[in-house]
Design a protein around this ligand. Structure first.
Ligand code: TXA
Ligand code: MG
Length: 308
């Protein structure tokens, strides 16, 4: 859980966008109106900032997040668009459509945004406030819905305040979201288009994936897990083990030397990739005690360690 703080609400205008941009460049997350629902936005290139999204929402697992960009050119700097993806983007952007495409290796998106996947969900929002913020910040913004985990999605600033008040610094208020439900998500990662989430946009040529498979994206088979065996709650590294430390357990590398779970969440996926790429045969991870985001880290590690 994030430490308590004062949450301000500012009506959408130039001064509010300047304030929101300043906070985001300082590594904070800010609640923003979009045409679908209010989103909790952070700099997608800053892993610690994205970790704060999880801490504020109290999310028990790491789902890959949608990245918002100002236009198709900015999207093309992050992902690879095949002809089908390009046609959908041309037809529906800016608007409530999210496209899952292969992630470009040099995109500089934090590993915690994609939860270590090699694909990325991208959307160009239509809302003026989110567009103004994207231009002011000049970076892609990760933004899930701005509600406490498991609660109803927020379509007004008051919903955000009721859910996240005291846990985020700022809410930009632009009245009710016009659409009121989250964006349609379509995967264009090769082969046929797949509909991952129904939403405001109909995409008739995308085959629907069975809903049971998408309600818990943290359980998707494609979700990143290291190729090597993974041992949890390790106090020291055994032979041929790459130890990822936390707090007093030092390791080859550490999630957080000071034992800060937000810092640990920010480093988790990048360090798993590094451990996986090392010469050693298996991976061990120190204990990560605590609730909130620490529990989300343990959830992810338990999935990664589960026999496949
Ligand atoms: O309308 C919306 O899309 C809102 C507003 C704020 O823009 N945002 C939103 O974001 O709903 P988010 O981060 O909560 O959506 C995340 C969902 C995941 O649960 C997953 O279903 C899908 O997007 N997703 C993200 N990245 C993915 C990937 N690489 N592969 C498959 N699904 C992905
Ligand atoms: Mg949500």
């Amino acid at each position: 859980m994030a430490p308590p703080q004062t949450t301000r609400a500012m009506p959408f205008d130039d001064a509010a966008i300047a304030e929101a941009a300043w906070l985001i460049l300082a590594g904070e997350c800010v609640a923003m109106p979009t045409e679908t629902v209010y989103g909790l936005a952070a700099d997608a290139t800053n892993p610690a900032a994205v970790a704060r999204i999880y801490a504020a929402k109290g999310r028990p697992t790491f789902n890959p997040l949608i990245v918002h960009v100002a236009d198709f050119a900015a999207a093309g700097a992050i992902g690879t668009f095949n002809a089908q993806a390009r046609a959908l983007a041309e037809a529906h952007w800016p608007g409530p459509l999210t496209l899952v495409v292969p992630l470009l290796p040099d995109a500089q998106i934090a590993g915690i945004v994609t939860a270590g996947l090699d694909t990325i969900a991208i959307r160009v929002p239509a809302h003026q406030a989110m567009q103004a913020l994207l231009k002011a910040v000049g970076k892609p913004l990760a933004a899930p819905s701005a509600n406490s985990s498991g609660r109803i999605s927020p379509t007004r600033a008051a919903h955000v305040l009721a859910s996240l008040g005291g846990r985020i610094p700022l809410i930009i208020d632009a009245g009710a979201s016009q659409r009121g439900i989250e964006s349609t998500i379509v995967a264009a990662t090769g082969g046929a288009l797949r509909l991952l989430r129904r939403g405001p946009i109909e995409v008739p040529n995308a085959a629907e994936i069975h809903s049971g498979e998408i309600e818990s994206p943290g359980q998707l088979a494609s979700h990143y897990a290291p190729a090597k065996p993974l041992r949890l709650d390790a106090m020291d590294g055994r032979d041929e083990e790459y130890l990822i430390g936390f707090g007093d357990v030092a390791g080859e590398v550490t999630l957080s030397a000071s034992g800060d779970p937000i810092e640990a969440a920010a480093n988790l996926f990048d360090l798993l990739h590094i451990a996986d790429a090392s010469d050693l045969r298996s991976i061990a991870v120190a204990p990560i005690p605590g609730g909130g985001i620490a529990a989300a880290i343990r959830d992810r590690l338990q999935r990664a360690a589960a026999p496949r």
